[in-house]
Design a protein around this ligand. Structure first.
Ligand SMILES: [Zn+2]
Length: 305
């Protein structure tokens, strides 16, 4: 991946960025190469220390990366972090759009492309689908995990850990945010991976951590106290919004609850949150002092909770 690292570093020289995405299509690995517009290497508040870190981001469905931690990812990519996206499913059980954008059979393929689009907006090195199938909600509306047993997920995660050798893993919180069993499964699998790796384990961070004044209490993991609160400047919020706009099949879902709460139909940009939070799940010592924490704090838009 050296060429990709070099390409990302060259972003500050206003060259197009060559991004290589590894996308698993029908079980085979296909390599997609995208030309990205340069990552804006802005003046402060971004202070790129020149450090590079590998961070593996693991989530259940296309759109989780954006709606749960998109600002964090856009900030990390701007700070020079190498982001490796692992998505457990293609979101086959999700909504089709209002009106439908595709058939149920096409949804996995459509949402895979939506996620590739979002990764392009947020910044990242590669995107891999782990190949699980997202089940549809049942007749009563109950949500389901994509695997019966976390061990199936851990073995796949382990293989990608060996490939990427990340310093940090970022995933769902212990409550699955709003209790989604697929999110909880990702959290359990990541925690088990860390346990199995012992003294070779990377840092484990989770998103949507709890703090007083969380902007969307419904999404907040009540058992994961925030260690860091991130308040993003306009450029980062714009990238998160652009990523959310990629997920066209899910736009009605994104605005539904919030529109009901405020009593008028909102647009996607209106529901994008400029504040996110992180909890360090491993190691458990407080306050977290590690390379990722240092990098975040140096950005100028992150504070300890
Ligand atoms: Zn999800």
């Amino acid at each position: 991946m050296r060429h990709t690292e070099a390409a990302l570093r060259s972003a500050s020289h206003s060259l197009p960025v060559l991004l290589t995405l590894f996308v698993s299509l029908t079980g085979k690995i296909a390599q997609l190469t995208l030309y990205l517009s340069p990552i804006t290497q802005a003046n402060p508040p971004y202070k790129n220390s020149g450090d590079t870190m590998n961070v593996m981001v693991f989530f259940a469905h296309p759109d989780d990366e954006t709606m749960l931690c998109g600002g964090t990812l856009a900030l990390l990519s701007t700070l020079g972090v190498q982001l490796h996206y692992l998505c457990a499913t293609r979101g086959e059980g999700g909504e089709l759009g209002e009106p439908p954008i595709c058939t149920r059979e096409e949804l996995g393929r459509v949402r895979s492309a939506e996620l590739a689009c979002a990764v392009e907006q947020l910044g990242g090195n590669n995107l891999t689908f782990l190949g699980f199938t997202d089940p549809q909600p049942d007749a009563e509306g109950f949500l389901h995990p994509f695997a019966e047993n976390p061990d199936e997920v851990v073995s796949k995660l382990q293989a990608h850990f060996q490939r990427i050798k990340p310093q940090a893993l970022l995933t769902h919180g212990s409550n699955g945010e709003y209790g989604h069993p697929a999110h909880t499964l990702c959290h359990q699998a990541a925690t088990e991976l860390i346990r199995q790796l012992g003294n070779k384990a990377p840092l484990l961070y989770t998103f949507q951590a709890a703090f007083d004044g969380h902007p969307r209490p419904r999404l907040c993991n009540r058992d994961d106290p925030a260690d860091f609160i991130l308040n993003f400047p306009h450029e980062i919020v714009q990238r998160k919004t652009a990523a959310a706009l990629c997920h066209r099949t899910q736009h009605a879902l994104f605005v539904r609850n919030r529109s009901q709460e405020v009593g008028r139909q909102l647009s996607v940009p209106e529901v994008i949150i400029a504040t996110e939070s992180l909890h360090r799940a491993y190691p458990s010592e407080r306050p977290p002092q590690d390379d990722l924490a240092s990098l975040l704090l140096k950005s100028g838009c992150v504070r300890r909770a």
